[in-house]
Design a protein. Structure first.
Length: 689
């Protein structure tokens, strides 16, 4: 059997031949050491025979040739063997360069590696250690085999700061014994790498993904790639709406490197040494972020990572500005600008084309361009959409992709707000035409904000975001919350209703902190943020007469600044528009007024609230109810539900008596007078119930 067929490709065979030649030199040194130990066998009848190896037994082991590591009869020409390996050369030599090893370090590594390649070295090392239970090289034995005295500086090549140990190439074990007797072990990943295995280290598990960048990166990525060639290896990318992770991967590709993308959620459990070692083995760079989940409690993790990388390209990214206190290493911070609408559309088009095998519908792509997702999120959303479409046995449609986008939302905001998946549509709304037009304008702004505010630069500077803020003003029950749900569904997002009880706090400064948590979490989800009864936190500022007024005005001032920098879609509702501060009103993009419904709208509301599944009696006169009872939509729905319960209890269809009784009950709840002119002939029947 030839070496090529036994070991794979000719290149790999040449690489292994070089490794075997280097190990054969180690074997030759072992032979010399064994020869120096000879002549100390015990008697044949020694009761301890079998607990040790005699020189004769060792010679028999040495005489046993093991393919492909034959006994060394002459010095191999290592330069010739190395030249036979295609670029970048033998893995052992490349490893030495990438980890900054001295020639003696490589020799130490080979001595420690030998038992993992050839089992004979286990018995040989046991003999040389004078202990058959110690089948690996020790520090003292490694020094001896490399021709170095025990008191030489070579022993410090096994110190914690030395490359072999610092970068995880050799483990020095048995700390409780003298330094020269400590055992050396080469991790399995290093053994596998030198034997030609390129699988990711199992020790890093699911904390890292191997990514390759685009063959033709964008201008920013090319610029950073050139900087990597120039020696700038630690880069922080501040993500202001772009895709910092993808820029980092593409920049590494421009520099001729793959990227290991780290999962920041693994936190303190990240095996940093194994991660950096894997990056060096592959000649890859590390991409780590976003950093916000680590701040400020786990800054030490950032320091440890930057301290290990040295000459490994490292990209850190997040939305916050870089703080030099996070690490003592010099880090260059760059801004990653937001993608324009065309770039986002192209990303969706490519992802959908890859998933379906056909060109994406331009109308669908244009609708999706408003989502501010990174490349990975887009791919996951399309994958989720493809699976949903497969379950329904239908082609991928806009609804599937929107569901896939919503599936990317984390659960962080759900701790601060109630999540509602839209279940109502435009046909479920009964609104006057002016209000409907205002809602249409809100949807239009939400869909095209990236092009207008970003690509066309229609938003002024001063740290202002690309958010869209709307105010829904009207009495309770006029459809404000339901309209917000319809708007969320129209733009393909979930609705997050902020729980004001979790926001307002009596202690100074706590309300601002709670609001900041909400806005921060909202930036990471694709949803519409609803502040119901918003005048509780967006109310008017007043003259400062005491500390309470000063504190209330501070809250309002903070909210004014935060709403301007908000990048999402927010809806504020209020029962009294006059309660809202004028400064808030000026910053609102759309104001929709929700008046009480007229008679025609009330008739439509009665009909829709009773629904098509509810049995109706012949005497049911909805026109009478719409004409006589001036109720808001919420009250009409409450009356319809109450009437349904009354009919169910009586085992009959819903009749006029049930509806009138429900209205009478609603009047009591609202504190309104029951007038004969409103109830007409039904008043007596109602009072008798």
């Amino acid at each position: 059997m030839t070496m090529t067929t036994a070991m794979g490709t000719p290149a790999r065979a040449a690489d292994l031949a070089y490794l075997w030649a280097r190990l054969s030199v180690v074997e030759w040194r072992v032979r010399q050491a064994v020869a120096g130990r000879g002549g100390d066998e015990l008697e044949v009848g020694d009761p301890h025979r079998g607990l040790y190896l005699t020189a004769e037994a060792v010679r028999r082991v040495l005489d046993r040739s093991v393919e492909p590591l034959p006994p060394l009869e002459s010095d191999p020409d290592l330069d010739v063997l190395a030249a036979m390996v295609p670029e970048p050369g033998p893995r052992l030599s490349t490893l030495g360069r990438r980890f900054g090893l001295e020639p003696v370090d490589v020799e130490f590594l080979l001595v420690a590696l030998a038992p993992d390649i050839d089992a004979r070295f286990e018995r040989l090392y046991g003999y040389l250690n004078d202990d058959v239970t110690r089948r690996r090289a020790t520090v003292g034995l490694a020094l001896e085999l490399c021709g170095l005295p025990a008191a030489s500086a070579g022993r410090f090549r096994f110190g914690p700061a030395a490359p072999l140990v610092k970068y995880g190439l050799v483990e020095v074990r048995d700390d409780d014994v003298p330094a020269l007797s400590r055992t050396l072990r080469v991790p399995d990943r290093i053994v596998a790498h030198l034997l030609g295995d390129d699988e990711l280290d199992p020790a890093i598990g699911t904390t890292v993904r191997l990514r390759s960048g685009k063959p033709a990166p964008e201008a920013l990525a090319r610029k950073i790639g050139d900087a990597l060639h120039a020696g700038i290896l630690a880069v922080h990318l501040q993500d202001t709406g772009g895709d910092a992770s993808r820029v980092a991967v593409d920049a590494l590709a421009a520099a001729g490197r793959d990227a290991l993308v780290l999962d920041v959620t693994a936190g303190a459990d990240l095996p940093l040494t194994a991660l950096v070692r894997e990056a060096r083995l592959r000649g890859a760079g590390l991409v780590f972020g976003p950093l916000e989940p680590l701040l400020p409690e786990r800054v030490q993790l950032i320091r440890d990572l930057t301290g290990l990388t040295d000459d490994v390209p490292l990209f850190l990214h997040g939305k916050r500005h870089w703080d030099p206190q996070w690490t003592s290493q010099p880090v260059v911070s760059l801004n990653v600008p937001p993608l324009d609408a065309d770039a986002r559309a192209d990303r969706w088009a490519r992802a959908l084309a890859d998933a379906t095998g056909t060109a994406a519908d331009p109308a669908v792509v244009a609708d999706l361009a408003g989502y501010r997702l990174g490349t990975d999120e887009v791919e996951r959303a399309v994958t989720a959409a493809a699976r949903l479409a497969l379950l329904e046995d239908r082609p991928i449609g806009l609804a599937h992709v929107r569901a896939g986008v919503r599936a990317q939302n984390g659960a962080g905001l759900e701790r601060l707000a109630r999540r509602i998946t839209p279940a109502v549509e435009w046909d479920d709304l009964v609104l006057p035409e002016p209000t409907r037009r205002q809602l249409d304008e809100l949807v239009l702004r939400a869909r095209h904000r990236e092009r207008v505010l970003g690509q066309w630069r229609m938003r002024p500077g001063g740290g202002r975001g690309r958010g869209v803020v709307a105010l829904f003003a009207g009495e309770s029950g006029t459809g404000k919350t339901m309209s917000a749900e319809v708007v969320a569904g129209a733009v393909g997002m979930d609705l997050y209703v902020v729980d004001l009880s979790s926001v307002v706090d009596k202690y100074i400064g706590e309300t601002e902190k709670n609001l900041e948590r909400i806005f921060t979490e909202a930036a990471g989800v694709h949803g519409v943020l609803l502040f119901d009864e918003a005048d509780a936190v967006f109310g008017k500022r007043s003259e400062v007469n005491d500390a309470h007024d000063r504190h209330a005005n501070t809250e309002s001032a903070y909210l004014l600044q935060r709403m301007e920098s908000f990048d999402g879609i927010a809806v504020l509702t209020t029962n009294l528009r006059s309660n809202m501060d004028e400064a808030f009103t000026r910053r609102i993009d759309v104001i929709a007024d929700f008046p009480l419904p007229g008679a025609a709208q009330r008739l439509a509301l009665w009909d829709r609230c009773l629904g098509s599944h509810l049995p109706r009696a012949d005497d049911l006169d909805l026109a009478f109810c719409a004409d006589r009872f001036e109720l808001a939509g919420g009250s009409i729905r409450a009356c319809a539900v109450t009437a349904a319960y009354l009919a169910a209890a009586g085992g009959r269809p819903v009749g006029m008596a049930d509806v009138i009784a429900a209205v009478h009950q609603e009047y009591r709840k609202l504190g309104r007078l029951v007038l004969p002119g409103e109830f007409g002939p039904w008043l007596q029947a109602t009072e008798s119930r």
